[in-house]
Design a protein around this ligand. Structure first.
Ligand code: M6P
Ligand code: ZN
Length: 191
């Protein structure tokens, strides 16, 4: 495995910005067209206001190999697509036996999880919440507030991201705004 020099990163706890910046991933609505339940709302937003930046990920550049601990911050901007709150794509780990740890830094969010055996779970997160994604659980985060939801994540270097399974099946649970109340509902399109 790669032998590295120790290093550190300064993280702005409010904004999630990494210094030095070693990489940033930006995800737009156009890249998640079919992931939101209300696909009419998606197409309306894209036509009326153009593309929308949903979330950003500040990553450390580390080799994706066993023994390394990858880490990043994610910033989900506030907003909704129809009644569904802005969220990440979500994924299983390619190596299902690898878990992950999250730490809420700013804003309000929730962590939606599920297993391929049909179990579901939702953990609400605020600054200071450490949430654990055990092995075998797919995970997606959602911004349920009016400010950016920012959290730190750390996971095994060889875990890998399996996006395909979620792209095909979706998540069983949706996080929606029901007239000012955050509600967990069943996804009518779950396969
Ligand atoms: C968390 C971690 C990252 C992930 C990011 C965005 O910070 O789980 O590995 O990349 O969220 O989520 P996604 O990759 O599902 O878009
Ligand atoms: Zn993960």
């Amino acid at each position: 495995m790669t032998i590295l020099q120790p290093f550190k990163t300064e993280i702005d706890l409010k904004t999630g910005v990494f210094t030095p910046e070693t990489g940033i991933i930006k995800r737009y609505l156009s890249q998640m067209r079919s992931m939101f339940a209300d696909t009419d709302a998606v197409e309306r937003i894209l036509a009326d206001e153009g593309d929308r930046l949903l979330y950003e990920v500040y990553v450390t550049k580390l080799p994706e190999e066993a023994g390394q601990i990858l880490h990043c911050t994610t910033i989900i901007h506030p907003g909704k697509i129809g009644s569904e709150f802005h969220m990440t794509k979500g994924h299983y780990h390619a190596r299902r036996e690898e878990g992950e740890v999250y730490l809420g830094l700013s804003g309000d969010g929730c962590l939606v999880m599920q297993t391929q055996e049909g179990a579901t779970d939702v953990q609400f997160m605020k600054p200071g919440t450490a949430a654990y994604v055990p092995p075998y659980w797919a995970h997606r985060t959602v911004n349920i507030g009016e400010a950016p939801f920012v959290f730190f994540a750390a996971w095994a270097g060889d875990a890998g991201h399996d996006y395909g399974t979620i792209e095909r099946d979706g998540f069983r649970k949706l996080i929606v705004d029901a007239g000012g109340r955050v509600e967990v509902t069943d996804n009518p399109k779950y396969r």
